[in-house]
Design a protein around this ligand. Sequence first.
Ligand SMILES: [Fe+2]
Length: 184
Amino acid sequence: MNAHILERMIERLEQVVAGPRRRLAFGVSAALAECVTERDWLTRDPLAAGQEQYVRHILYADAAGRYTIVAIVWRPGQRSSVHAHYTWSGAAVYRGELTETIYRVSRGPAPPFPVSNIRRRPGDFTFHWPLNEIHRVGNESAETAISIHVYGVGCEWLATGVNRFIGPASASREDARRTAEVKK
Ligand SMILES: [Fe+2]
């Protein structure tokens, strides 16, 4: 890994999280956009892929617990569950292609339903405020994809404080178990 790229991103995020909240979305997005325009700063070594499910790799955890930077490796066919986020979060595609499916909440007891699919390519980035969007992300391509994420929680909350799973309770438990398998 090219530590310089990551250090620069951390420097920017330190300023952003210490600054006014109204600048958070712009600042996090700008830091992510800058880091994914740099090519090949993440080596294959720390980025093992999972056989069954996508794998999160912690790149940096703020000692004060204000944010955590994560790389996620997605093999072809690997997808998240349908979820919202408990915390603010930013994401950008570093390599490959991901598909984000946006859901709408149904009236009554029916589960949320998909309304659009957006292809995310290297350099594309998004920012979500807590609970303002329900989505699912997956790798529908034939190549492994890597995305970089910034979550507004300390690393000890990655498993339970980021994704709010939407769906049957059994599926949610299984997702929580898999998400807990965070690799450092
Ligand atoms: Fe998400």
